[in-house]
Every structure is written in C-alpha cells, then in structure tokens.
Design a protein around this ligand. Structure first.
Ligand SMILES: NC(=O)c1ccc[n+]([C@@H]2O[C@H](COP(=O)([O-])OP(=O)(O)OC[C@H]3O[C@@H](n4cnc5c(N)ncnc54)[C@H](O)[C@@H]3O)[C@@H](O)[C@H]2O)c1
Length: 308
C-alpha cells in the first residue's frame, strides 16, 4: 500500500510513519516554527534511518497536489495542522487557513488520486461538555476555541467530501496524546522539562480540570487500524477511557521524576475545557482499538525518552 502522511515530522505523524514503515510511506511537512523546528528535523532524521522520506512542502501549496498526483497514494493520513488551543486564540486566521483550507487542499488531492483519507481530529470538538463519556453520536456544538472550531469544520469538510465523491474518509478524534517525542507545548513534556530545570510549572485553575491522556503508541495502533479499514464516512474517538485531573498529572510526574514541582497558580485560560473523556466503544468494536497504557507507565516512558 502507498501511504502519504501529512504532518509527518510532528509528534504523532512521526510515530504513525514508523508504524506504517512496512508500506510505501511518503511524508510531507512544512517544518513550521510553532515549536522549535529542530525537534521536527530530529524526528525526520529518525524516520530517514528507516527509509522514510519527508518532503518539505506546505499542504496549501500547489506542489502538494503535484506531489500527491505523482505518488498516487492509496491512503492519505492527514495530520498536518496548527495544533494547540491557546495559540489559536491569538491567531485564529492562521488556524482556519491551515486547518480548514489546508484540509480542503488535502481532500482535493485525495479526489484527484481516489485516495482514502484518515483525518486527525480532536477531542476539543466536544467543547465545554461536562457529562462524560463523550460519544461520536453526540451533537458537537460547544467548541470554545478557534482550534476546536477548525477541527469541527475539518470533520464537516470530510463528510461533504465523502458525500460528493463517495471516497471513504475516517475522522479520528485524538484525546490529549503524550509520550516520547511529545510536543513541548503540552503539559506532560512542559512540566517534565520545567521540573528537570528546577523551574516553576504553571497550574491552570484549581487542578481539577481533567483530561483523558492517551499514550502515543495506543493512538498509533488506532490510526493503523483505521488505515486498514475504510468504512464510508466514519468518526471514532481514540482516547484512554480514564480521565485524570491536572493535580494527579502533576503528582504522577513528581513521582516519575522523583522531584517536587514548584507550582505557580494562574486562572484557567480562554479556550481550555474542564473535561475530556472518550467513549471508546465504537473504536473497540470497529477498529479493535484497546488502549494498553496507564498514565503512570506512559509518563515513565516519556521521561526515560526525555532523559536518555
Ligand atoms: N497531540 C495531541 O494531543 C492531539 C490531540 C488531538 C488532535 N491532535 C491532532 O493530531 C495532529 C498531529 O498533532 P501533533 O500533536 O503531532 O502536532 P505537531 O504540531 O507535532 O504536528 C503537526 C505537524 O504538521 C506540520 N504542519 C503544520 N502546518 C502545515 C502545513 N500547512 N503544511 C504541512 N505541514 C504542516 C507541522 O510542522 C507539524 O510537524 C494534528 O492534526 C492535531 O491537531 C493532536
């Protein structure tokens, strides 16, 4: 199978490429500086050793369409995006441009090559809900950040693409992914790095906001299963089924690093939701998805990677 992965130099994209390495994989990434692009170059170097090339191309550029036509993928795993909720409040136009227009460019390329698309969506589409668990059958209409709205819009575009082309699309809603090569703007890595440097960590709110933290290998398993199973237009939650409060994340990181965190308390920022909690029954049934990694184990693996 020929598989094109967008956002291949990023955190999840680099793991997905590795897991698909027995197929013919081509990566695309614009290596932007939302966080240090050197980290993306390091991810690309890891993939290169496994024979996977990443082309430096923007999904909004016409070169992306030319490359896709040349490569003729069977599947496009579309993970390129401006990720990160808080920055989207500062730069909503950029987020719409990349995550909405960019996704339409990817769908257009899929139409030209008749490829199946697997789209990296997000738990943020569930917005401010507090009644867990969150099911794919629930209405989604309470997004509170441009990022969340851009992902909900991306799903709508995917659905319309399916209805107008009859080409299959699967949207995967990832729930707070962490692990080796984790994004430096996300709490697990940010907290570990701060604690290691004897710096303060910033706790938003009273520590009771909760996230369904999901280890990257579990997510990648779900992505690979989806790649192998086109099924009309489908939406699946890929979460861990077990939300943890922020103060639990901090105490677990303290245990893993064997250091006490110095905590600064600030207000909950705009765009942050109180809870995410995946109902994973549909993914269990149709993708044979079964997360294996408890938070304490996954954080230990991330810490070992960070300090190796
Ligand atoms: N990490 C999470 O917890 C999480 C949760 C929900 C959804 N997601 C989604 O999963 C996907 C991957 O997220 P990640 O955490 O690996 O983020 P990431 O930022 O590490 O990866 C995204 C990659 O896309 C690339 N990119 C951005 N704009 C591009 C463009 N215009 N053209 C080409 N490449 C571009 C970036 O350079 C980056 O390498 C994203 O779509 C994100 O929204 C992630």
């Amino acid at each position: 199978m020929r598989i094109l992965v967008t956002g291949a130099a990023g955190f999840i994209g680099s793991h997905v490429c590795e897991a698909l390495a027995k197929h013919e994989v081509l990566g695309v990434d614009n290596f932007n500086d939302y966080y240090d692009p050197e980290l993306k170059r390091q991810n690309a170097a890891v993939l290169k050793k496994q024979g996977i090339t990443i082309k430096k191309i923007d999904i909004r550029d016409k070169r992306f369409l030319s490359l896709t036509k040349k490569f003729t993928p069977d599947v496009i795993v579309h993970l390129a995006a401006m990720a990160g909720v808080r920055y989207s409040i500062e730069k909503p136009l950029l987020y719409m441009n990349v995550n909405v227009d960019g996704t339409q460019h990817v769908l257009e390329a899929a139409k030209h090559t008749q490829a199946y698309v697997v789209f990296g969506s997000s738990s943020s589409v569930y917005g401010t809900r507090t009644n867990p668990p969150f099911s794919e059958l629930d209405r989604i209409e309470q997004q509170i950040s441009p990022y969340a709205a851009s992902k909900a819009a991306g799903e709508l575009l995917c659905r319309t693409h399916y209805l107008t082309t009859k080409l299959p699309v699967t949207c995967l809603r990832f729930f707070t992914v962490y692990g080796p090569r984790g994004r430096p703007d996300m709490a697990p890595r940010k907290f570990m790095e701060a604690i290691l440097a004897n710096k303060e960590i910033t706790q938003y709110g009273d520590g009771t906001s909760a996230r369904d933290y999901t280890y990257v290998e579990d997510i990648v398993y779900g992505v690979v299963q989806a790649v192998l199973r086109p099924n009309g237009f489908s939406v699946y939650n890929l979460g861990n089924d077990t939300p943890h409060e922020l103060h639990h994340l901090i105490t677990t990181i303290e245990r893993v690093t064997q250091k006490k965190a110095k905590i600064t308390h600030v207000e909950v920022p705009l765009g942050d939701v109180p809870l995410t909690c995946a109902d994973i029954r549909l993914a269990q049934k149709e993708l044979l998805y079964q997360p294996q990694t408890p938070l304490s184990v996954g954080l230990r693996k991330q810490y070992e990677w960070l300090t190796q």
